[in-house]
Design a protein around this ligand. Structure first.
Ligand code: ATP
Length: 250
């Protein structure tokens, strides 16, 4: 059976611009003077990354700030294109990656449920069957007709999480998202993730918390400066808490 996610020789370069925004005069001068031209640098965010995540497996992505975790997750989600290499996925992906992605700030919470679900490929009548459950889980009944732009980040996260987990994803990509929200809601999310895992959902979790990785994941990988430097089995070989970055929880 093919794996849920296969990452082959993925490389991602970003272009870093070193000059401030140029005015018209500088732009004109740049036509004649090389020294006036904008300075650009190719920055390697991911360097030949290979990864195989089997169906039903849960993988923790660890690494210091800037090591490339979010970039890798966005490439797996299809939000970013790799510069080289390729990613193959099997199943419906729910990317809980950045607040606001897949939502429109001017639309209400209710309308955004339909918008977001349509991006997962759901027709309105299928979303309609789930909308009650989504609203109840999010505990946003009172604010569901309020425009999303007036939601706090925690409220947006609740709505995003709630939509994602009610649409039966085969693969859940979660970037730090489990750390947002208050304690009781976090606990509820954790339980829901455990339920979906028991039903065979694949999970890739970016986290700075070794506890979270130990709780949810079977395996972990560690990125350093865009390279995969460590792969391990969570039960046999616990990820080393001392190597995590400053954002680590308790
Ligand atoms: N659009 C972009 N343009 C230029 N550089 C970028 C872009 N996106 C990410 N980078 C750079 O790529 C590197 C990896 O970033 P990424 O967000 O993947 O790291 P991360 O491991 O998720 O970090 P954190 O733990 O802080 O969230 C960083 O140096 C970042 O500045």
């Amino acid at each position: 059976m093919p794996p849920a996610v296969l990452v082959e020789h993925v490389r991602k370069e970003f272009i870093l611009r070193h000059n401030r925004a140029m005015g018209l005069k500088t732009r004109f001068l740049a036509l004649f003077h090389k020294s006036k031209r904008e300075r650009r640098e190719h920055f390697l965010a991911l360097d030949d990354v290979n990864l195989r995540v089997e169906r039903g497996e849960a993988l923790g992505l660890l690494g210091h700030n800037g090591s490339g975790k979010s970039t890798l997750l966005q490439i797996i989600a299809g939000i970013l294109e790799p510069t080289r290499g390729r990613v193959t996925t099997h199943g419906r992906i729910a990317p809980l990656i950045q607040l606001g992605v897949g939502f429109h700030p001017e639309l209400s919470g209710y309308e955004n449920i339909f918008l977001n679900a349509s991006l997962y490929g759901f027709r309105n009548r299928d979303t309609q069957k789930r909308v009650k459950g989504i609203i109840e889980f999010s505990e946003l009944q009172h604010f569901i007709d309020t425009p999303l732009k007036n939601y706090s980040s925690g409220m947006q996260m609740r709505l995003g999480f709630s939509v994602a987990v009610h649409l039966q994803p085969d693969i859940l990509l979660a970037d730090e998202i489990l750390a947002v929200g208050d304690q009781p809601f976090q606990e509820k999310c954790h339980e829901r993730i455990a339920e979906l895992r028991a039903q065979g959902m694949t999970l890739i979790l970016v986290s700075h918390s070794t506890q979270q990785v130990q709780r949810f994941c079977d395996k972990f990988v560690r990125l350093e400066y865009g390279r995969l430097v460590e792969t391990g089995d969570v039960k046999k070989n616990s990820p080393d808490a001392t190597e995590l970055s400053i954002n680590e929880e308790g």
